[in-house]
Design a protein around this ligand. Structure first.
Ligand code: HEC
Length: 295
């Protein structure tokens, strides 16, 4: 009996299914190196070529064997193998002539007089069922033996990966410092968000002051730089020497240089703006005329 489907189609197909299954299981773990590895691809190609050779040898032997049998038998075998490949494939999948010849079995319930047809299941159905059984075994063992599909491990993995990415990002992005930073209008909106997150508890989200002084008026407790923008940057970077409540956000690494630039741009912007918040904290420190916002 000859196989209906050539092994050089069957085996690489199975290999692809297995590789696909492994791919699905290991996808979230970035361990796919060997899937797209030239060695894997090379292996599949070699296996296919070997199988094609085997198949041709098999075919040759079959032809030689045909010579030694009687005409009648030969005709029978050739008839069986006749037809287009797809048709044979279709026949293989949907009905088996052996079963068809036997006819459908009937099961007699007896007690209720109902006759049940015991139809043979189609081959594609049986194969699909077997594949699901194999698949569930692979899934089951990979779930319990490996990290596959464990949400805690997946979380852990992604978390570590993200930290690593942040580290790399920070390493590769140069941060501004007091000497290189300058006011940037396009950073005001982002700065506002950061200000609300980090500073609004003490300075109010509009900068009008709470525990900390009003940042929108012309009175300043600290003057550590000549320039208003630099003064703001320096205050956020170094904190206040007079009052530790205003801590050194930059020096301690709590806020990175680039973000301080954004926040400073926002504070500078609201200080220079003509419209001021309606409710403001009383002035603290001395009025600095040079920094006054001019109409
Ligand atoms: C825990 C409360 C607190 C937080 C949070 C805080 N500040 Fe302050 N800030 C203060 C206090 C108090 C002062 C007054 C310091 C002093 O008297 O020298 C101050 C002073 C300042 C000054 C100088 C004002 C002046 O008149 O000299 C600036 C500028 C400033 N803060 C900006 C910020 C920014 C921007 C943030 C957010 C990154 C922030 N502060 C977060 C409490 C805080």
């Amino acid at each position: 009996m000859r196989y209906k489907i050539s092994s050089f189609i069957m085996i690489p197909s199975f290999l692809s299914v297995i590789i696909f299954a492994l791919y699905t299981f290991l996808r979230s773990y970035n361990r796919l190196g060997y899937m797209t590895d030239p060695i894997t691809i090379f292996f599949i190609i070699v296996v296919t070529i070997l199988l094609i050779i085997l198949e041709s040898i098999n075919h040759l032997i079959f032809k030689i064997q045909l010579r030694s049998i009687s005409e009648k038998e030969k005709k029978k075998i050739l008839e069986k193998n006749e037809g287009n490949y797809l048709y044979t494939f279709y026949k293989f999948l949907f009905y088996d002539p052996k079963i068809l010849n036997k006819g459908v079995r009937k099961i007699d319930h007896g007690f209720d007089g109902i006759l049940e047809l015991d139809n043979q299941l189609p081959v594609w159905w049986v194969h699909l069922f077997c594949i699901t059984v194999v698949f569930s075994c692979i899934y089951f063992f990979s779930y319990f033996l490996f990290d596959f599909s464990d949400p805690y491990k997946e979380y852990d993995y992604s978390y570590k990966k993200q930290l690593q990415e942040i580290k790399i990002f920070e390493k590769n992005t140069p941060q501004t410092s007091l000497s290189t930073s300058s006011f940037k209008k396009n950073m005001v909106n982002e700065g506002q968000k950061l200000f609300e997150e980090n500073c609004s508890t003490c300075h109010q989200s509009d900068g009008s002051g709470n525990i900390g002084p009003n940042l929108t008026d012309n009175y300043w407790i600290n003057r550590v730089e000549k320039d208003l923008y630099k003064n703001i940057f320096s205050m956020i970077w170094n904190g206040s020497k007079k009052n530790p409540t205003m801590r050194a956000f930059g020096k301690t690494g709590e806020i990175k240089g680039n973000d301080i630039e954004k926040i400073s741009s926002y504070v500078y912007f609201i200080n220079k703006k003509i419209e001021k918040p309606i409710k403001q904290k009383d002035p603290q420190g001395t009025k600095i005329l040079e920094w006054e916002s001019k109409k």
